[in-house]
Design a protein around this ligand. Structure first.
Ligand code: SAM
Length: 227
């Protein structure tokens, strides 16, 4: 017999599948990889959602996490995860740790996740939460992700969970040949698109727009160069 939380996850997965199907004309994806679906099933989203919002933990919507920030909509988390085509041996950089939920989903799929969060209090809480939940392959650091995390570069994939008018140059430089980067690009709170950038084996870049989205802004972009 399943408990209520498990039923809620299954309902959430149905909603994600429906939304993936409904947006396939934009995204080019009619379904997500089964291992991405399984990662969403396994990661306990309620453990990343504040006490006051527990009843909505398995709803397909973003929720506040304090500091004027949000935990992203599960459909968007699933789609972004799928777009970077995570492999078991990958090392992935996430910019915008927030609650740590996206990092946990990635950690279930790849070898190592490095995650940067500009708000120190969020970085500390997420680090402790991920440790407590047993995600040993995630390293969280407080800092401006616009500069990437050069010590651990290059990365097989980079996933940015806040929007900027352009993609920071450092993140592209820290991507391996053959690497994938996904990021919301556009103005503050409106007119944004999720963009997928691929670097081929010869270092050539190819980008495409995947979906209209609405993300919180990437802070501190003025100090870094972008393309
Ligand atoms: N991935 C998060 C999760 O699973 O909860 C959701 C991220 S929230 C939509 C965006 C996050 O990006 C916020 O926590 C925000 O503080 C962080 N952020 C904004 N600008 C940043 C920057 N320059 N470097 C690192 N983190 C940044």
């Amino acid at each position: 017999m399943k408990n209520a939380g498990e039923w809620n996850v299954e309902r959430l997965l149905d909603e994600i599948r429906d939304e993936v199907c409904a947006t396939s004309d934009y995204t080019g994806r009619a379904k997500l990889a089964e291992r991405v679906i399984e990662a969403i099933r396994q990661v306990p989203r309620h453990a990343f959602v504040p006490e006051d919002w527990q009843s909505g933990a398995y709803c397909n919507s973003p929720l506040p996490i304090g500091h004027a920030q949000t935990i992203s909509q599960p459909y968007v988390v699933a789609l972004m995860t799928d777009l970077i085509q995570p492999c078991a041996d990958d090392e992935v950089l996430e910019v915008g740790t927030g609650s740590g939920y996206q990092a946990a989903v990635l950690a279930s799929l790849v070898k190592q996740v490095y995650s940067l969060e500009i708000i120190e209090a969020l970085a500390t809480t997420a680090r402790e939460r991920l440790q407590r939940l047993g995600y040993a392959n995630v390293k969280v650091q407080a800092g401006n992700g616009c500069f990437g995390w050069p010590e651990h570069a290059p990365y097989d994939a980079v996933l940015v969970t806040a929007a900027a008018p352009q993609i920071p140059q450092a993140l592209i430089e820290q991507l391996k040949p053959g690497g994938r980067l996904v990021m919301p690009v556009g103005d503050r709170y409106s007119g944004q698109e999720l963009r997928l950038l691929k670097k081929d084996e010869r270092g050539r870049l190819e980008q495409r727009s995947v979906l209209p989205v609405r993300f919180v802004p990437l802070i501190g972009t003025a100090q870094c160069s972008s393309i």
